[in-house]
Write a protein that binds this ligand. Structure first.
Ligand SMILES: Cc1cc2nc3c(=O)[nH]c(=O)nc-3n(C[C@H](O)[C@H](O)[C@H](O)COP(=O)(O)O)c2cc1C
Length: 276
């Protein structure tokens, strides 16, 4: 019996008792997770598409991680973070989600040196053409300032119809931009292409991003395309009849049996049309 106990104890005294953490082998996958904010669910829908395409953890609503961001982010080699844009007219904290509280509070203390981060954003490129997905630019900058290595820049190609965006630097967006209001049918294809690019570029595998991967740090103002024709004032357009008021964004409430039309010029002026 004595001998058996001794044998059981011996390995603890061996120099191999405290083995180093397992090294990542070329076949093991980096841990990647998606975190998102949302008001009406569109960003969550795209977050789910990304998770499905990537095969990563999440998607996690950011408001459920307030107070534990440092711990929660530290579990992953790569973070994919997403936001919608609301609060048109404000210069900062425009997401209209829990991100706004976190940017200059809890996140201000985070150390993300070397962490790989990619941003995606949601907006309404027709209704808010001059402010398309602006809040994604702020999300990018907050992570960049914390020392993250930014991945995921995309070309603002001809499939986008906006006129200006704070998420755009020159001809590049700082991440993946989607528009569930007007271009929902494009989202899945955009997501698949983006996820493939992230994986091909070594997202989550440590090290610097490939040259030219992220948008340049100093924001160049996006070249403004000619402004879209000014929408007709809502009451006049409504009086002219018809469900959709051209240029104004419609939000239908079955509960209130009314439709809210929001003015894309300022994002705050709204006009309600009650069902007849
Ligand atoms: C009052 C209001 C303001 C908005 N402001 C903007 C804006 O400035 N830029 C933009 O691209 N989209 C804007 N949108 C559109 C939202 O970003 C879009 O509906 C988005 O899909 C919402 O995402 P969520 O469902 O995840 O909250 C606004 C919508 C409303 C109702």
């Amino acid at each position: 019996m004595k001998t058996a106990s001794l044998l059981l104890l011996l390995p603890c005294a061996s120099p191999f008792a405290f083995s180093p953490p397992p090294l990542r082998t070329s076949s093991s996958l980096p841990a990647v997770a998606v975190f998102f904010g949302t008001s009406t669910g569109n960003t969550e829908d795209v977050a789910s598409l990304i998770c499905a395409a990537y095969g990563c953890a999440g998607p996690f609503p950011i408001d459920e991680h307030e107070g534990s961001l440092a711990d929660d982010f530290s579990k992953y080699d790569g973070l994919i973070v997403g936001t919608p844009t609301w609060n048109t007219g404000a210069d900062s904290e425009r997401s209209g989600t829990a991100w706004d509280e976190l940017y200059y509070g809890e996140m201000g203390k985070l150390e993300l040196g070397g962490k790989h981060v990619a941003v995606f954003g949601l907006g309404d490129s027709e209704g808010y053409a001059a402010n398309y997905a602006d809040a994604s630019g702020e999300l990018f900058e907050v992570f960049e300032k914390r020392g993250a290595v930014m991945f995921g820049g995309t070309d603002a190609d001809g499939s986008y119809v906006h006129t200006a965006s704070k998420a755009q630097r020159g001809g590049r967006f700082v991440g993946l931009m989607c528009d569930q209001m007007n271009q929902e049918e494009l989202s899945e294809g955009r997501v698949d292409k983006w996820v493939k690019e992230l994986k091909a570029k070594g997202f989550g595998e440590g090290g610097e991003a490939p040259a030219g991967e992220a948008a340049p740090a100093a924001a160049e103002p996006a070249a403004e395309k000619p402004a879209a024709a000014k929408p007709a004032p809502a009451p006049a357009a409504a009086a002219a009849g018809g469900g959709r008021i051209k240029g104004w964004t419609a939000y239908r409430s079955d509960e209130k049996r009314s439709t809210m039309y929001v003015n894309p010029e300022n994002g705050r002026e709204a006009y309600y049309v009650q069902d007849k």
